[in-house]
Design a protein around this ligand. Structure first.
Ligand code: ZN
Length: 449
């Protein structure tokens, strides 16, 4: 049914282009009546440009292919639309596909997950191992403030895959989209600026949709961080979180209205993705590492720089002897903390990047923190970054449009599956990725691809 609508729309666009040709022929045929010279001009001009006009009509049809709008909502926990009023998101979930549990990559932080969504790759294959990522060979720590550094972002994000195959891409913010990757960027993009209001982000998307067909992007991403910020500052289920959900839902509603007023609803595929869940913290659930071990011989990007403590995931880098010493002391130090040594990481961690993989990883239990004595506790009230096996860390995903199933609930999907979904929706060849092609069949309508 939906794919029929797409076909009809394509036909309509092509017919309109055909009318253009006929109108032009009619105008020229008026000149024919005036003189034989005009007849000669008519013959020469019509027979020569006709194939060119036909070609233009085909191209116009091609660029009117269904738009894929990727909406990234930071901190969109799996159950958040059941706890707060979110009419626009709920309508997408009900009419299209709702993924009950979108499983993040480790650590369940923002940068690793939004970049895993974009590339379909686990951190060990795309180089973004945390919001702060240390590269031993470059002796550099990439941080969120250096997100335009192309050395950080490996693999091929969806906007590059699209652009390489002739599909125009536009990003109203996405992790990695401010860096030139493989010498390319999206056709349209903006460096991240958290001060840009949601309404301006929405307006930019709508302005892109209003471009002439030959310039209009077919892939568009947009990002909203308000829910994540509110949950961090005020806690899960706080009134501030509720207000943020209402505000972000209103932004999504404005996007949907914008598609509707442009006659694009039936032919657009909308994919809403979260990056992780959220859980409340308590100051008394803090593990002070220096009570057990002196780790000054090792480097931890999470426990240095601006963030000195109160972390929910700590990676350590250093020489083998120092790592061995720390591991032997810390491995059974606290019942609420798991310690993993390089070479013995569980399969699901996927942190074995050759230059960036940590030598030792500390993972406190859900809701616990790792810190150092003397570092003041300044919150947050709630956070994420814990094991992706914890349901509290799971995110939500909603998808609606001709490429997606209708009124379907899919229990589990991983964030690395999303890249492959997007390439299928856009009808392009996927680059190497870690997604599971069988799993995504549950999301896609039989007509997709
Ligand atoms: Zn996030």
């Amino acid at each position: 049914m939906n794919s029929d609508r797409v076909c009809q729309r394509k036909t309509v666009v092509r017919q309109r282009s055909g009318e253009g040709i006929r109108l032009q022929l009619f105008k020229w045929s008026g000149r024919v009546l005036r003189s034989w010279i005009s007849v000669l001009v008519f013959v020469l001009s019509v027979w020569a440009p006709l194939p060119v006009l036909a070609q233009q009509a085909v191209e116009a049809g091609d660029v009117s292919k269904p738009i894929l709008l990727l909406i990234g909502i930071d901190g969109l926990k799996w159950d958040i639309i059941d706890r707060h009023p979110a009419p626009a998101l709920s309508s997408l979930a009900q009419e299209g596909v709702r993924v009950s549990s979108l499983v993040p990559v480790m650590p369940s932080k923002t940068f690793p997950n939004f970049y895993a969504i974009a590339t379909g790759l686990y951190p060990e294959n795309n180089g973004v191992l945390d919001n702060a990522t240390f590269d031993a060979s470059l002796d550099t720590t990439f941080r969120m403030s250096t997100q335009d550094d192309p050395r950080w972002f490996e693999g091929e994000p969806i906007w590059i895959t699209a652009e390489k195959q002739g599909i125009r891409a536009a990003t109203m913010f996405w992790v990695g989209s401010a860096a030139e990757i493989g010498g390319r960027r999206p056709t349209y993009w903006h460096p991240f600026d958290g001060s840009v209001p949601n309404a301006a982000r929405v307006q930019q998307v709508l302005d892109w949709l209003d471009l002439p067909l030959s310039e209009r992007p077919q892939f568009i991403s947009v990002y909203f961080e308000a829910i994540d910020s509110a949950s961090h500052n005020s806690g899960v289920d706080s009134s501030e979180e509720r207000e943020a959900v209402i505000a972000v839902d209103a932004a999504v509603a404005a996007l949907l209205d914008g598609l509707e007023t442009r006659g694009l609803t039936a032919s657009s595929n909308i994919l809403v993705v979260g990056d992780h869940g959220m859980v409340d913290l308590a100051e008394e659930q803090t593990i002070f590492l220096d009570d057990y071990v002196d780790f000054s011989a090792l480097y931890s990007p999470q426990l240095s720089g601006e963030r000195q403590g109160n972390v929910v995931y700590a990676a350590f880098h250093g020489d083998e002897t120092a790592v061995d010493e720390m591991y032997s002391v810390i491995k059974n130090a606290h019942p609420r903390m798991s310690v993993y040594r390089k070479g013995a990481f569980p399969d699901w961690m996927r942190l074995s990047h050759p230059q960036r993989g940590p030598d030792l990883v500390l993972v406190p239990d859900n809701g616990w923190m790792v810190s150092k004595r003397g570092i003041p506790y300044r919150g947050p009230r709630a956070t994420h970054g814990f094991s992706p096996l914890e349901p509290d860390m799971h995110a939500a995903m909603f998808a609606r449009g001709p490429a997606f199933r209708q009124r379907a609930v899919v229990e589990t999907l991983e964030v690395v599956d999303i890249y492959n979904i997007m390439t299928r929706v856009l009808g392009i060849q996927a680059s190497k990725h870690d997604g599971n092609p069988e799993r995504i069949e549950l999301v896609l309508s039989s007509g997709a691809d």
